[in-house]
Design a protein around this ligand. Structure first.
Ligand code: SF4
Length: 181
């Protein structure tokens, strides 16, 4: 019985190698899982302060079978780099968003909404089901955002892009939760 199995395996591997050369089998790319990521996490100079702060864990994801699609919703929405810091103006318990204002008092809600829509378009085009977005950002935060007082206080809440992606069934994780991938 054992020798029959050995013969079957040898026969199968010979047949396969005649269809697909073995060298091609070892070179074949595994299907990659598409992920949307905040562009600042991959080292793009898109932050409001112009700083470049890549995340080492994100940089390793392509070698772990993920294909990254980076977008900065705020830049996609038309805001420059650098730009005035912005915070979500919340009402009540912070679960509903009324607007986004920057530290100059300007209403930038339209740019944030436009950027969120661009992120959704990219995610949909690339069949993304999970996004890794920067925690704390008024666009990308998924657990916390700044409280709207420009006093460095964080509260539980979600950014504008995160809300839109989640409303369309896309899972959003922060860069601090890569173990949940
Ligand atoms: S957190 Fe989001 S909106 Fe802010 S710089 Fe990074 S990608 Fe852009």
């Amino acid at each position: 019985m054992f020798s029959e199995w050995v013969m079957i395996v040898i026969y199968w591997s010979d047949s396969l190698s005649s269809i697909i050369p073995l060298s091609n089998l070892t070179n074949m790319k595994r299907p990659q899982i598409p992920l949307l990521v905040s562009a600042c996490l991959v080292g793009e100079a898109v932050r409001y302060d112009g700083k470049v702060l890549p995340h080492s864990g994100i940089a390793e994801l392509p070698s772990q079978g993920y294909e990254l699609f980076a977008i900065c919703p705020e830049v996609a929405g038309g805001l420059p780099v650098p730009r005035a810091a912005a915070e979500i103006c919340t009402v009540g318990d912070g679960s509903s968003c009324c607007c986004v204002r920057n530290s100059l008092g300007e209403d930038v809600t339209a740019q944030f909404n436009k950027g969120a829509a661009a992120a959704l378009v990219l995610a949909t085009a690339k069949c993304v089901t999970t996004a890794i977005l920067k925690e704390g950002s008024p666009s990308c935060g998924s657990g916390e955002v700044y409280d709207g007082s420009f006093s460095s206080r964080r509260v539980a809440g979600r950014g504008i892009t995160t809300r839109l992606l989640q409303a369309h069934g896309i899972r959003v994780l922060s860069e601090q939760a890569l173990d949940k991938l």
